[in-house]
Design a protein. Structure first.
Length: 53
């Protein structure tokens, strides 16, 4: 599924900071889309932890 989202400048800046941190320990190129997916995976993981408690 494809989806279009609108991000604020602050959100884009945060994603770019995530990408820069990612570069320090990963050789694979990370895109804004990758960063968004990572945020979603993290949120799903955290939600799953809460359900298991």
């Amino acid at each position: 599924m494809q989806m279009t989202i609108t991000l604020t400048d602050k959100e884009v800046d945060q994603l770019k900071r995530m990408i820069e941190r990612h570069k320090s320990f990963e050789t694979k190129q990370c895109t804004l889309e990758d960063a968004v997916h990572e945020c979603i995976r993290s949120a799903m993981y955290e939600e799953g932890e809460e359900a298991a408690s």
